[in-house]
Design a protein around this ligand. Structure first.
Ligand code: MG
Length: 377
């Protein structure tokens, strides 16, 4: 496959390598191997029971972090293939991009960050990297999954200057204001396209959004009109899906066309030339970007800040805060393994281990721990 890639694609045989020495494999390139390690990791399996927007037990029809990640990978691969860049690398980044999410979605991360304020804070994106670099314990010779530089570069989507300083080569682009490779840029936008659209779907299905007010967003209105013109009587799930699949296609097509034009005008001759470009080359046209922003804003006001979503968030925050405080006060509430790894008089280390433990929990495990501990205390 890699023989046909564009000159600006990241190539498996030019990888900047892994943190630890690793054998070569016969049948897979470096990024296919990264992808397979991600799929086999326990953090990946746990995404199945982690909240995207709706808490996992709200209903079986809603997106979870796992199905979200699969949708991101599907969109990312389509874009990568169309632009003749590395589909395997894009897929690996997409599948791993949310590994560091806490239970209960953003509410969980916000409160864990508050709990960790004195101990260096908590950020889900950095946590994704921590999982693949350190926390997965599967291999005899190294901690983590020992992924390639390029997959790790893509996983670390954003990073503060303070955190970047501690990350060596991987942090440098945040200090030098450089971009990642095209595959990472694609994964980033594929994430956004996936969640905007599936949140419309889930929001409508849950009855928290209605199609008439959504039609105030031009992106929805255009595609609502097209569908209604062809199928006047269409309603419910079919109407919803016919609109959403067109919106995804519209955004992805615009992105591919515009990115192709940007690449053609800049003519980067290598993936490193892409990294040094002043701006990301993967981008929608200004007009489509504005429509996309509009929809995002609508979702923020009408879905993410909806009373029902907010009250789920409040319960989630109470659960995470309770667990963090309980474990900090009484280490005996933790697993034997964790208790053995704790160090007396090293609260910084102990707090980080507790944050890692809580961040790794599924929604239902966090609730079960809450019930177990509140039954004891
Ligand atoms: Mg995501």
């Amino acid at each position: 496959m890699s023989n046909d890639l564009a000159v600006y694609a990241v190539r498996s045989d030019n990888s900047k390598g892994r943190l630890h020495r690793d054998d070569e494999t016969a049948y897979r390139n470096q990024y296919q191997r990264d992808r397979d390690r991600i799929i086999h990791s326990s953090a990946f399996r746990r995404l199945e029971y982690k909240t995207q927007v709706f808490v996992n037990h709200e209903g079986d029809m809603f997106r979870t972090r796992l199905t979200h990640s699969i949708e991101v990978a599907q969109i990312g691969r389509t874009i990568a293939r169309a632009l003749n860049v590395n589909e395997d690398l894009t897929e690996a980044i997409c599948l791993a991009h949310d590994l560091g999410h806490t239970p209960f979605g953003h509410a969980g991360q916000d409160v864990l960050n508050e709990c960790m304020r004195e101990f260096g804070g908590f950020e889900h994106n950095l946590q994704s990297l921590r999982i693949v670099d350190l926390l997965e314990k599967r291999y005899a010779d190294f901690p983590g999954l020992n992924l390639t530089y390029e997959t790790r570069e893509g996983i670390l989507k954003h990073c503060s200057a303070k955190n970047a300083l501690g990350l060596g080569a991987l942090g440098r682009r945040f200090l030098n204001n450089e971009n990642p490779g095209l595959e990472a840029q694609i994964a980033n936008i594929a994430d956004e396209i996936a969640y905007n659209n599936h949140d419309v779907d889930d929001g409508l299905r849950a009855g928290l959004l209605d199609i008439d007010s959504l039609r105030n967003c031009k992106l929805v209105e255009i595609h609502f009109d097209i569908v209604k013109k062809n199928w006047k009587a269409l309603t419910g799930g079919q109407l919803r899906h016919e609109i959403i699949r067109r919106m995804i296609n519209y955004l992805v097509s615009d992105l591919i066309k515009n990115s192709n034009e940007q690449i053609a005008s800049v003519k980067p001759e290598s993936s490193d030339a892409v990294r040094k470009c002043a701006r990301p080359l993967i981008a929608m046209t200004a007009e489509t970007l504005a429509m996309n922003r509009d929809l995002k804003k609508f979702l923020r006001t009408n879905l993410y800040q909806h009373e029902r979503v907010k009250s789920m968030g409040e319960q989630a925050k109470d659960t995470v805060r309770f667990l963090f405080n309980a474990y900090m006060q009484d280490k005996k509430l933790l697993t034997a393994d964790l208790q053995n790894s704790m160090k007396d008089n090293d609260e910084l280390n102990n707090a980080r281990m507790i944050a890692d433990y809580i961040a790794g929990m599924t929604d239902r495990f966090a609730l079960a721990e809450y019930n177990r501990i509140s039954g004891i205390t």
